[in-house]
Design a protein around this ligand. Structure first.
Ligand code: 28F
Length: 408
């Protein structure tokens, strides 16, 4: 079949100025990223290398959050080549009037292009990872990258070398389904320490993503080597690739169950407690469950980005958790007049908790940007936890009693 070059005719309609402008913007962007990669992906060590995958997956997650994508497949191919594929609508291929090049080319070459940075009318309600620097950064840091789009019954393809187009977007055939597939090889000139991917590192973050985005199916497959499974009867099975399928309809409730089961913990109440609140400033979801251990395990996220150093969402939660225990305890005779108030540490013993907040403009603080700074979120979470957890205890006195006996 003859290859159809779809940009050629359209390009004539774009002014020379617009096209020249796009070219300059692309080259300047590329140069900036390759000059200071750390500014865009944190580091060029293993963390930055893995970050490339999360950036591409985040775009597919955004498409899932928009309601059009249910399955994301991530494959580590021989040579540590990464392929990410989704069954969304496919990145638009029509010519962007402003730059005179296809939208998909803009997404992969212009710094900060795409829905994430498109503001309120970008078509996406909740911005993805605020660390999201986008597909163009991954492209700039790849020795080569190919994007394939299935859309309107056709399949399109464009390839890049170190971020520069290696030819125009081409129609390469027919397509029965829709979606986007991106294949890339991280540039060893940029990732000088290592270009080797770690399965467990990718698995941990992708599982988090699947918990934080309830119902989205993410599969991770390692095609670098075959292994021979040992079956239940001790016989060897057929050689296969290591693969993990991650899909949780229960969202962060499933996350809490998973964390407890992984540690073999004995729960104090069978059902995970789930609290949710929303204001015009943002939304917060919290899942928690108590177990018979004395350890506290609290994970927090803002716009699906982990905040290991906590921040305002955690502060709001901790303050109100302590207040609920003391107020409920006093009013229901679980704390006597002579008893002292329970401390924060008392009420967090044996707690597993996942906090997830989504907000318009998250501010990440500190050296490693691992702490949420938005003050309005403290109030949102604090008010929500106080009213919703109090209500839960009122309606489930048996659960309240079981947890109280442990805290006192
Ligand atoms: C393997 C990685 O990147 N998937 C994506 C879409 C879908 C749309 C989109 C993406 C429109 C013009 C910015 C489709 N139809 N997977 C992905 N799927 N981006 S990324 O739009 C991006 C904006 O430029 C999409 C209608 N609207 C949006």
């Amino acid at each position: 079949m003859a290859e159809e070059i779809i940009t050629e005719t359209n390009r004539e309609t774009a002014t020379d100025h617009a096209y020249g402008g796009a070219q300059i913007q692309v080259l300047e962007g590329l140069e900036a990223v390759r000059k200071r990669p750390g500014m865009y992906i944190g580091s060029t060590g293993p963390s930055g290398l893995h970050h490339l995958v999360y950036e591409i997956v985040d775009n597919a997650i955004d498409e899932a959050l928009a309601g059009y994508c249910t399955h994301i497949e991530v494959t580590i191919k021989p040579g540590n080549i990464i392929e990410v594929s989704d069954n969304g609508r496919g990145i638009p291929v029509d010519i962007q009037p402003k730059l005179g090049i296809p939208a998909v080319t803009v997404v992969y070459t212009v710094l900060h292009a795409g829905g994430k940075f498109g503001g309120e009318d970008s078509g996406y309600k909740v911005a993805g990872g605020l660390h999201g620097v986008g597909a163009s950064v991954v492209n700039a840091l790849s020795e080569w990258l190919t994007v394939r789009v299935r859309r309107d019954g056709a399949e399109y393809e464009q390839s890049f070398k170190r971020g520069k187009p290696d030819g125009d977007l081409k129609k390469i055939g027919a397509a029965a389904s829709t979606g986007t597939t991106v294949t890339f090889k991280p540039d060893p000139e940029m990732f000088k320490d290592t270009t080797v991917y770690n399965f467990e590192t990718l698995e941990k973050r992708l599982r988090e993503e699947s918990f934080l985005n309830a119902g989205v199916k993410i599969t991770l497959t390692d095609e670098r080597e075959l292994y021979t499974p040992v079956l239940e009867d001790g016989q060897e099975g057929d050689p296969c690739y290591r693969t993990e399928v991650m899909c949780y309809e229960g969202g962060i409730k499933s996350f809490v169950t998973y964390l407890g089961e992984k540690r073999n913990l004995e729960v104090l109440h069978p059902n995970v407690i789930y609290l949710k609140g929303q204001t015009e400033r943002g939304m917060a979801e919290i899942a928690l469950q108590y177990n018979s251990s004395y350890n506290e395990l609290l994970l927090s996220f803002a716009n699906n980005v982990n905040t290991p150093d906590g921040g305002t969402h955690e502060e709001g939660f901790r303050t109100s958790l302590t207040r609920v225990f003391n107020d409920y305890g006093r009013s229901h005779g679980l704390l006597k007049d002579k008893d002292e108030n329970l401390s924060g540490a008392d009420v967090r013993e044996g707690l597993i908790c996942v906090i997830s907040v989504k907000l318009q403009e998250a501010e990440f603080e500190g050296q490693t940007k691992a702490k949420l700074g938005n003050t309005e979120i403290r109030t949102l979470v604090s008010n929500m936890v106080y009213s919703k957890l109090m209500e839960f205890f009122e309606e489930n006195p048996g659960v309240a009693k079981a947890i109280f006996e442990k805290a006192t």
